[in-house]
Design a binder for this molecule. Structure first.
Ligand SMILES: Nc1ncnc2c1ncn2[C@@H]1O[C@H](COP(=O)(O)OP(=O)(O)OP(=O)(O)O)[C@@H](O)[C@H]1O
Ligand SMILES: [Mg+2]
Length: 268
């Protein structure tokens, strides 16, 4: 569905932020991208949403395809129309607008009826947001703002949702909740998700596939459950020492893995 093909990215003349990165996000799957600070995770999302230009970045080689069509030279607005939707780093909500107004702002292109259906489904997914629907978004907690940012993106009925570190700065319980939301969106809405995360244990738990970036290069990719068991990933990203003990609480159980889903179930 979404294919990143041999993509290299530079900022200005000197900084090479990605080098020959290739992987796919298959329809109906959750794929996570792991990697430390500066590994190129956000750059990868910008390459997909065609927003590199805004940051003086360019794709120097390779291409990005969505449904067989090259999208990396399109206008960012066209990519949004194709329902490939990015939730940027850092919970960007309109602080003075109410929760409800934030959601309504997310669905400007759809018909009024579709927007109503989408909004009702998003409130089902995030009951906390419905309780606070009249409050200014700026008064929500960090976790609630993250949920609102995701909810607003869901108003556009995405085919692919690009999430940039949704768990950043959140307490452990909320990180678990974000993981559940990713699974729910994938299963109930049929949305494919590219999940950028530094929280490897959560990300590997909720993903079908995983990609590891190290200083701009793809270091590893594969089935998420298998990567969670790999000694390299355990040592580097799961705080383990190559053994299994440290993963006792986080052990990925393939029985609990979200099933592969095909179809979107947006009403409309
Ligand atoms: N606008 C920019 N101009 C120049 N260099 C940039 C720009 N944005 C990012 N970079 C550089 O590109 C590299 C990758 O950055 P990127 O933001 O993609 O990393 P990241 O994996 O998202 O990191 P983090 O986890 O800290 O968000 C870094 O070396 C960074 O300094
Ligand atoms: Mg980043």
């Amino acid at each position: 569905m979404l294919s990143i093909k041999d993509v290299s990215v530079r900022y200005g003349r000197s900084v090479e932020a990605l080098r020959n990165v290739s992987f796919d996000v298959p329809e109906g799957e959750v794929v996570c991208v792991l990697g430390g600070n500066g590994a190129g995770k956000t750059t990868l999302l910008r390459a997909i949403s065609a927003t590199l230009k805004l940051h003086r970045g360019t794709i120097t080689s390779g291409e990005v395809e969505f449904d067989g069509q090259r999208i990396d030279r399109m206008d960012p607005a066209r990519i949004v129309e194709k329902q490939v939707i990015q939730v940027p780093e850092g919970r960007q909500v309109f602080g003075r607008m109410s929760v409800d107004e934030n959601l309504r702002a997310g669905g400007l292109t759809a018909s009024a009826k579709r927007r109503e259906i989408a909004r009702a489904r998003i409130y089902e997914l995030f009951p906390r947001l419905e309780e606070r629907s009249k409050q200014p978004a700026g008064l929500l907690s960090g976790g609630e703002q993250q949920m609102l940012a995701i909810g607003r993106a869901m108003m556009t009925e995405p085919k692919v949702l690009l999430l940039d570190e949704p768990s950043l700065g959140l307490a452990p319980q909320l990180i678990t909740r974000i993981g559940q939301i990713v699974t729910q969106i994938n299963q109930e809405f049929g949305t494919s998700i590219l999940l950028i995360e530094q929280n490897a244990s959560m990300a590997l738990r909720v993903s079908h596939k995983a990609v590891v970036l190290e200083v701009g290069e793809l270091a590893l990719q594969g089935n998420a459950a298998e990567l969670a068991e790999s000694e390299d990933v355990q040592a580097l990203y799961l705080g383990g020492h190559g053994g299994h003990d440290s993963l006792e609480h986080e052990r990925v159980d393939s029985q609990n893995r979200p099933p592969r889903r095909k179809l979107g179930v947006w009403a409309g």
